[in-house]
Design a protein around this ligand. Structure first.
Ligand SMILES: [Zn+2]
Ligand SMILES: [Zn+2]
Length: 152
């Protein structure tokens, strides 16, 4: 199953977008592939899928540092739709960082540049962070203790 998550395997879902052998046809596909790119730590893809005007604000090093810190465990798509400015995807992405479970709840705007979907910007909703104890069940749902699973 793909990271994004989908019932298709990674190599038939998000990987072709990340390697560039296929282009996402919807904003949601691009959003999912950017999430999967964080999971496989492909910072170049994440940078390249920002709109041109934003790329200088996001270095590959910064993206990689965040991808190394945050272990993404879950993605939920809440809503998608079109506006005159582009297409939006509202999602909740859960990740573990510094022994806390964090929830990124964002409404992202995607636009087409040179006929390719790009991430323009996002509105982030504030969400609480929850501490995870070493002996707690891992928040990823594996059923293992955190210290034996996503702790590092
Ligand atoms: Zn996928
Ligand atoms: Zn885990």
């Amino acid at each position: 199953m793909c990271y994004c998550p989908n019932n298709a395997p990674f190599n038939e879902c998000c990987e072709p977008f990340i390697t560039g052998s296929k282009q996402p046809t919807t904003a949601e596909q691009l959003m999912r592939s950017r999430y999967s790119a964080y999971c496989v730590k492909n910072a170049e893809y994440i940078r390249a899928t920002y709109v041109q005007s934003e790329q200088h604000n996001h270095s590959v090093e910064d993206i990689l540092a965040f991808a190394d810190l945050a272990q993404f465990i879950k993605l939920e798509i809440i809503d998608t739709g079109d506006t005159p400015d582009g297409s939006y995807v509202e999602f909740k992405a859960s990740y573990i960082a510094d022994n806390k479970v964090c929830l990124l709840h964002e409404k992202s705007l995607f636009v087409k540049e040179s006929d390719r979907w790009k991430y323009a910007n996002g509105t982030i909703y504030s969400t609480p962070e929850v501490k995870v104890g070493r002996n707690d069940e891992c928040p990823c749902g594996s059923g293992k203790k955190y210290k034996k699973c996503h702790s590092h």
